[in-house]
Design a protein around this ligand. Structure first.
Ligand code: SAM
Length: 235
């Protein structure tokens, strides 16, 4: 994916619909066709997902409405749906959200209990999401956008949530090591993607301005995966 400095969303979508799809489908899968770096990222990402599932474990998700914006292949949206939530899973990449739907259907076919309301899978940029939800999640998406754009994204995500907002981003404090490692993740010109790190203070300011306070924080750091996770509550 080349970054022109223009519309990041268009180049991100193009990346995740093509070479990024092949790469991340494997990382977010279970097969052993991954190299050591990809395996490390898979494990780190799974830790982030597990933390969110743990945070929400005490809540009866039956009938709770969830909007998972930038759902990828459904790593979070699917378990939440299988816990009974009414999930709207969307992603700017039709390939990624299409894979999420395939994976959900496979799990139900394999015997997982489907929720009363079937999840909705849609190819949609997060700023196009609409409606009101009990929980809005946006995990490992903001790394693709500069801070000025992220402020608008946070504002929009907040407007969708009646209660909780759970987001993650690559924190700026670990800038050097993340940049270095991201460089290692995307070797070669065709794989070059731009990664944006965000200062937690800036993110929190945007959350506060949008009417949310941070109630829990977590950091997941493996060798090649870094993600700051915030749980926020409408005040
Ligand atoms: N949230 C998923 C997870 O944690 O498993 C996927 C994370 S993946 C690193 C980033 C995802 O964000 C990709 O599927 C990509 O297509 C999606 N994405 C990027 N920009 C987006 C946008 N503006 N709106 C919606 N999805 C977006």
């Amino acid at each position: 994916m080349s970054e022109t400095g223009g519309d990041e969303a268009a180049s991100v979508r193009n990346y995740f619909d093509t070479e990024g799809f092949n790469r991340w489908k494997k990382i977010y899968g279970e097969t052993d066709e991954v190299n050591k770096v990809q395996l490390d990222i898979r494990n780190g990402h799974q830790q982030t997902v597990d933390k969110i599932l743990d945070w929400t474990a005490g809540i009866d998700m039956t009938g709770k409405t969830v909007c998972d914006a930038g759902c990828g292949t459904g790593s979070l949206a699917i378990p939440l749906a299988l816990r009974g939530a009414s999930v709207s899973a969307s992603d700017i990449s039709s390939a990624m959200v299409g894979e999420a739907e395939v994976r959900y259907n496979e799990q139900v076919k394999a015997g997982a209990k489907a929720p009363a309301v079937a999840p909705k899978f849609e190819a949609l940029g997060l700023e196009e999401c609409s409606g009101k939800y009990d929980v809005v999640t946006c995990i490992d998406v903001m790394i693709h956008y500069p801070t000025d754009r992220v402020n608008g994204m946070i504002n929009h995500l907040a407007s969708l949530s009646d209660d909780k907002l759970i987001i993650s981003f690559a924190p700026k404090t670990l800038a050097y090591s993340i940049l270095k490692r991201i460089g290692e993740l995307f070797p070669g010109p065709s794989k070059a993607t731009r990664a944006y790190l965000h200062a937690e203070e800036d993110v929190e300011t945007a959350l506060n301005a949008a009417g949310f306070k941070v109630t829990r924080r977590e950091m997941t750091a493996t060798s090649f995966y870094f993600s700051r996770l915030l749980e926020c509550q409408r005040v």
